[in-house]
Design a protein around this ligand. Structure first.
Ligand SMILES: [Zn+2]
Length: 341
């Protein structure tokens, strides 16, 4: 009844603990964005409050439905108060954590078990994390904390050590395609494209299946990337100019753009190596094949390395424009490569 795409190991561990009545007081769900952390946390909250006699969560009882709709008084999600464009330097505050701890000290209002889901636990301010730590050290009965994070290295080690850690890993693409086709009735070719673009994180694929603009944005981005690769230096620097300007407003979007660059060059490499079936941008195979013809394998590998390095550097607050310009200079202009490299 957990209806989660993938993550069988984590689900079966939680099921066994529930059955044996040996749940931890705090869990840390670690994994990339859209892999299913929030979905799993909600299912656990439902299982803990479900009114059915067995097979919990039933997903049909009053408690299960209220939790799914975000309207259950005993299940709360805590995250950044305001999602502004640049969330990187925002934190979950100590005031938010104090509110949570106060609520945790009261008995459940309407259900059986209180669940507090902290979304983006790596964003807890040091004060907030220390405050939470005290409660994790002396847990209340009938209270479970579920911390979600994309990067648990950014959490206080003392907080991590108080939680049972469950790692959620991206699915193999084939498994994700099967699930998208079977559960969500997405047509196979489209499911393959979405699964590839989501890198095994089904939340992204499901969102994109529902919102056409996600794929549209990606299409525009790929056109721009292909244009920059094909273009002259002037065109490339215009492109970088736009990207660098966007960085101050929305870092996340620029990281995503660099991921698209990586996908594109990895695809070129795969085509060079004769593994066309495994490319990410399957709807652009012809264009990729034509582009791949203009480069040697070593050039493509160097580009991939350069893009990776640039993404790492941007996370370390270097001069954004300079880093992106260097990356662009590392990308060879066409015609410099042999056909059979
Ligand atoms: Zn239920």
């Amino acid at each position: 009844m957990w209806q989660l795409i993938g993550q069988r190991r984590a689900v079966s561990l939680l099921q066994q603990s529930l059955k044996a009545g040996r749940l931890a007081h705090a869990y840390l769900l670690a994994g990339p964005a859209h892999v299913g952390k929030m979905t799993l946390a909600i299912k656990l909250a439902q299982a803990l409050n479900c009114e059915a006699s067995e097979e919990k969560p039933c997903l049909e009882c009053n408690a299960c439905q209220k939790i799914a709709a975000g309207r259950h008084a005993d299940v709360q999600v805590i995250g950044l108060l305001q999602k502004e464009n640049d969330t990187e330097f925002k934190v979950i505050t100590i005031e938010q954590v104090k509110d949570v701890l106060h609520m945790a000290s009261l008995p459940p209002f309407e259900g059986k078990h209180k669940v507090f889901i902290i979304d983006g636990a790596e964003l807890l301010s040091p004060d907030a994390a220390n405050c939470l730590l005290k409660t994790l050290e002396e847990p209340e009965a009938r209270v479970t904390f579920i911390l979600l994070t994309t990067n648990d290295r950014l959490l206080l080690p003392t907080v991590v050590s108080r939680c049972q850690r469950l790692e959620l890993t991206p699915l193999p693409i084939r498994e994700e395609v099967e699930a998208l086709v079977a559960n969500s009735k997405i047509e196979p070719e489209r499911a393959r494209l979405l699964a590839g673009l989501s890198h095994g994180c089904p939340g992204w694929a499901l969102a994109a299946a529902q919102d056409e603009s996600t794929l549209q944005n990606r299409n525009e981005e790929i056109v721009q990337i292909a244009g920059a690769i094909d273009g002259d230096l002037e065109g490339r620097f215009e492109y970088i100019d736009k990207l660098a300007n966007g960085f101050s407003k929305d870092r996340g979007a620029v990281y995503e753009t660099l991921d698209r660059w990586l996908d594109y060059w990895r695809d070129l490499l795969l085509i060079k190596l004769g593994s066309e079936a495994t490319v990410t941008n399957i709807d652009r195979r012809q264009e990729l094949a034509a582009t791949a013809g203009g480069y040697r394998i070593t050039q493509i590998k160097d580009c991939i390395e350069s893009i990776r390095r640039t993404a790492e550097m941007l996370k370390q607050n270097v001069n954004t424009r300079l880093a992106l310009e260097v990356m662009m200079l590392d990308i060879p202009t066409k015609g410099g490569g042999a056909k059979n490299g």
